[in-house]
Design a protein around this ligand. Structure first.
Ligand SMILES: [Zn+2]
Ligand SMILES: [Zn+2]
Length: 351
């Protein structure tokens, strides 16, 4: 009956760091996202400008041209011919996303703009898919033995606690009066995706209950927040997803839409299915493999990309955090600085 006590589990191995698994899930989802697989970005139309290289398909056109809210439009081009083996294995990344030759308007983008242009289209209808992805990931671990360590920053202070994985919740809400609209067209099929064109849109996030004596009852994880553009960036406007205390998230929602029924709406524990479930399971498996190799195969603390083991690209203080480059290190610093520990100091229990 008490067999589980002698199961070959290292208890510490199934404490999952929510921030880090979110990085891995985000990265692994982006690099092979089916709607944009091998597609290159040709044009971006922002503000009041219209596309220069395409005429919009009829359906979204009236909404696009009549929109009174800020608009961002993307044109992606998928390869027409079959790809060579090397090309077909190439991952989709912000750094290789632009169509060659790069149009004048897309030259000189900052790495932050490139990231937004990469993630905003990929997060169309992304919220249910990311919640489902998280669910697939958690299904790979024994629920009764798995705890989640939540690390977040609240009022410029670190906040860390663990919760049972099975105690997480899904919060579904309605956003009224979206504050931005984004439209993406993928050619040559002409498939298009629009976010923010309806007066009311559904949104869904994960919630992780805090200990009962905490100031804030929950921490929210929104893995599709970049569909709202830079307003959806995490910690100090740099992160690729949002992981923050519920009160802070409530304030953030005002940047997404004029109104919402967050916290009054439906709370569930599982969602049943979404399109692309096979793809999402695949992503979950890859993220789990990487998590299990975390002691040898490091990842970038900003984007989740596999890290080169270069001492110059590590945090000079703790030597534990790895980055692709100095830009990613800077982007991660507003979060990392709260958790960066000198290795000579006594280790916190969860390391
Ligand atoms: Zn990186
Ligand atoms: Zn550090």
């Amino acid at each position: 009956m008490y067999n589980y006590l002698v199961e070959p589990f290292d208890y510490n191995d199934i404490v999952l760091d929510l921030h880090d698994i979110s990085l891995l899930l985000t990265y692994e989802r982006g690099i092979t996202e089916p709607r944009f697989r091998h597609a290159k970005l040709r044009e971006v139309a922002t503000g009041l400008s219209d596309f220069q290289t395409i005429k919009l398909p009829d359906a979204p056109k009236p909404k696009w041209s009549e929109a009174t809210i800020p608009r961002t439009g993307y044109v992606f081009v998928k390869p027409k011919q079959s790809l060579s083996k090397a090309e077909s294995e190439e991952l989709d990344l912000p750094s290789n996303m632009l169509l060659k030759p790069v149009s004048t308007s897309l030259q000189n983008l900052s790495s932050k703009q490139l990231e937004t242009y990469y993630w905003q289209p990929r997060n169309h209808d992304g919220c249910y898919r990311t919640v489902r992805l998280f669910q697939h990931f958690m299904d790979l671990f024994p629920s009764e033995f798995t705890r989640i360590m939540v690390r977040a920053v609240a009022n410029n202070k670190p906040r860390t606690y663990t919760t049972l994985a099975s105690d997480r919740l899904i919060i579904e809400m309605k956003l009224r009066g979206p504050k931005s609209m984004n439209f993406t067209c993928a050619l040559p099929e002409g498939r298009s995706y629009v976010t923010g064109s309806d007066e009311v849109s559904a949104h869904v996030v994960l919630a992780f209950p805090a200990p009962s004596d905490a100031d804030d009852p929950q921490t929210i994880l929104d893995l599709a927040s970049l569909q709202f553009g830079d307003a959806g960036r995490g910690c100090k406007g740099r992160g690729l997803f949002v992981l923050e205390p519920v009160q802070q998230y409530k304030e953030r929602l005002k940047n997404f839409a004029d109104g919402n029924n967050f916290l009054e709406d439906k709370i569930t524990q599982r969602i049943t299915s979404t399109p692309d479930d096979d793809f999402l399971k695949n992503v979950a498996n890859r993220a789990k493999e990487r998590w299990e190799k975390r002691k040898t195969d490091f990842w970038c603390g900003h984007c989740g990309s596999p890290a080169r083991n270069d001492p110059l690209l590590r945090c000079s203080k703790c030597q534990q955090a790895h980055y692709c480059n100095s830009e990613h290190q800077l982007a991660a610093w507003p979060f990392h600085k709260h958790f960066c520990v000198d290795p000579s100091a006594p280790k916190p229990q969860w390391v």
